[in-house]
Ligand binder design. Sequence first.
Ligand SMILES: *Cc1c(COP(=O)(O)O)cnc(C)c1O
Length: 254
Amino acid sequence: MLRRTMAEFDIKAGLQHVLNQMELALQKRPKEINGPKPLLLAVSKTKPAECIIEAYNAGQRHFGENYVQELVEKSQHPDILAQCPEIKWHLIGHLQSNKINKVLKLPNLHMIQTVDSEKLANSLDAAWSKLQPEAKEPLRVLIQINTSQEDVKSGIDAEAAPSLYQYIRTNLKNLQAVGVMTIGAYGFDYSKGPNPDFISLMKVHSTICQANNLTGEEVAVSMGMSNDYDRAIEMGSTIVRVGTSIFGYRAAKA
Ligand SMILES: *Cc1c(COP(=O)(O)O)cnc(C)c1O
């Protein structure tokens, strides 16, 4: 069971602080990057239902989990179902094909941020029409790009990403290719200048926009976490994924 073990963390204050910092970062974003106001995704991994409900009551609606099992448990948690009717869940971790059916049946599933192959996209497309035949909207997906080229990270290569976007857009009518996402290398030293992972993702973003005749605002960019969401927004991020700064530190995984 997940329990709140550490000193109580003021989630409402954490949220307010992050939203304020996001606003300041947006004001610093150069005018040429005309993206929309960024969305805050509250990353609730390892945190119990009561923390999610607390954030929801403070106005937060979008939540992200990166382990399928946690997403399965929390999205169906009776208290969350009862008290958070407008919650929107994002999967931000790797999705194995044998878990697709499990995930696509979940209530209030909003977006899968980690599509990184045609094979996975095809399977999601088929599963969405089968499992959610009543769904009025296609399943929203982001293409996850391994901008740091680390073997341990999932994600498609930056050069191959635009054609995967194109593939989904033209062939898979049950999916909506909403944009791109990267995790990037951990612990980048910002005294060295702008984060190369963010530069790389913004390049892919602009290639996709040009190839499809879309404005920058029409293709979402998910980048930035607790330590760098402000810098990510200045560079064009439209979805920041923030856990620690909202919910406090996570206990190390056993
Ligand atoms: C955990 C996680 C985050 C949030 O990390 P924090 O540093 O706690 O803000 C963002 N994105 C992904 C994919 C994660 O797994």
